[in-house]
Design a binder for this molecule. Structure first.
Ligand code: DGY
Length: 437
């Protein structure tokens, strides 16, 4: 068990320690998310890593984004993992070969066949805010590629243009084993699952990782996608998992607001972005807001609302999708309630990734309860926009206190014990961003 570090350690120490983590994870072509657990380039990790890096080395930060975009498919899809060649062998599963992605639309560098939360545009806009002069030509270079990804999201994942993009795999949400996936995954019966060997519990204790039954479905889904050769229309029509996730859609919406700002800076047209924004806003209000006072996700395949209250329900704050009154309800009725998220005598740190009342709450298991720096950052940003500066500051203090114990993937909300992967890049990158702000 790790000793809680003194919260009084100097911030300059934390900053240097964060830079060391990023340097240690620098593989030259890209920065790996974690020293042992994640040896390739992950999509949303990499966008957040670039945001942190911009405080240290702008050229390296831009390189990170270029390397991510090198994985873009010809139809615009930006995959969740890019398998750049690295020295030595990787023991990560699934390997690049396992995906069996189609040669005709994939880039030279091997990739996975699914996407991840599109936070890149938001990170790019923020990188520009920190370094406007150096970032403007870079925005011009990458803007068309990022726009293409968003076009693909709307075309491939919202074919009927209803305003919400669907995800086809829990990994696409970035919150792999979140409790909101329990029911959608339970509706899937994996058959003829290809032989595989999990490697994710080699470096991290199995009690902090997804359950076997979930992992089996993760692999079964990939096999279903291989069978239809990743053709978007077939994936949408046949994927046993098809969910309009409030978390993924909130991030998409926020990214499109940021893309719009970038378009304005570049003198590019904004009509297409305006249409997406208007449609998503309407769909959030009409399809996802519940009278219980939060935005739920929706199982598109089975046409049912997903009621589980978890960290996803706060993402609309980050997106600016809630009215002021909705924000107040969400904060007063959930965030500030000790039986849901707020600290009490058993739980010291904001913000658990799952409501403490949930049957599925496990304070050390991945997305079933631990505090993540990334979601703390998203919620903090949202709270600031809605005028909750003091609460945002409390979350920042809690985040820094956790980071002072080391840059881990997540932390136990009860006592701050670090969990998951160590030497975790986006925790380090976000520390740099938090210390800057
Ligand atoms: C993993 O391997 O655990 C990842 O989250 C999948 O992208």
């Amino acid at each position: 068990m790790h000793q809680a570090a003194s919260p009084k350690r100097e911030h300059s120490y934390l900053q240097q320690a964060a830079i060391n983590v990023l340097q240690n994870n620098d593989m030259g072509t890209f920065i790996r998310p974690g020293t042992y657990q994640y040896p390739h380039q992950w999509n949303w990790d990499s966008a957040l890593i670039a945001l942190g890096l911009v405080h240290v080395d702008i050229t390296r930060a831009q390189h990170e984004v270029r390397q991510l975009l090198a994985g873009q498919w010809r139809d615009g899809m930006l995959p969740h993992v890019i398998y750049h060649p690295t020295e030595g062998t990787s023991d990560y599963f699934p390997s690049a070969d396992f995906w069996q992605t189609p040669k005709d639309i994939t880039p030279e560098v091997p990739t996975s066949g699914i996407t991840q939360p599109p936070i890149l545009a938001t990170c790019l806009r923020r990188m520009h805010k920190h370094h406007p002069k150096a970032m403007l030509p870079f925005l011009r270079e990458v803007y068309p590629h990022v726009l293409n990804w968003h076009r693909w999201l709307h075309r491939a994942r919202d074919p009927e243009q209803q305003g919400l993009v669907a995800i086809i795999h829990p990994w696409e949400s970035g919150t792999d084993n979140a409790a909101r996936w329990v029911h959608p995954l339970a509706r899937i019966t994996p058959r003829n699952v290809p032989a595989y060997q999990r490697r994710d519990a080699q470096h991290v204790d199995a009690s902090e990782r997804p359950f076997t039954a979930e992992y089996e479905r993760f692999i079964y889904l990939i096999d279903q996608f291989r069978r239809v050769h990743y053709e978007p229309a077939k994936l949408y029509a046949t994927s046993p998992f098809l969910v309009a996730d409030s978390f993924f859609n909130a991030i998409t919406y926020r990214a499109e607001k940021d893309l719009r700002e970038i378009a304005m800076l570049l003198g590019e047209p904004t009509k297409e972005l305006d249409n997406w924004l208007a449609r998503t806003q309407q769909a959030f209000q009409e399809r996802l807001w519940l009278e219980q006072g939060y935005f739920a996700s929706f199982d598109v395949r089975y046409n049912v609302t997903m009621y589980e209250h978890d960290i996803a329900t706060f993402a609309p704050l980050f997106a600016g999708l809630t009215s002021q009154a909705q924000a107040e309800t969400l904060i007063d009725n959930y965030l500030l309630q000790a039986d849901f998220y707020a600290p009490d005598e058993h739980s010291r740190y904001l913000l658990p990734s799952l409501a403490k009342t949930s049957l599925f709450y496990e304070p050390r298991r991945y997305w079933r309860g631990p505090v993540w720096i990334v979601t703390n950052w998203l919620v903090m940003e949202g709270l600031l926009d809605y005028g909750y500066g003091e609460l945002a500051n409390t979350i920042k203090e809690h985040s820094l206190a956790l980071l002072e114990q080391g840059f881990y993937e997540y932390y136990d909300p009860r006592d701050g014990t670090p969990a998951g992967a160590s030497g975790f890049s986006w925790s380090a990158a976000l520390a740099l961003e938090l210390l800057h702000e």
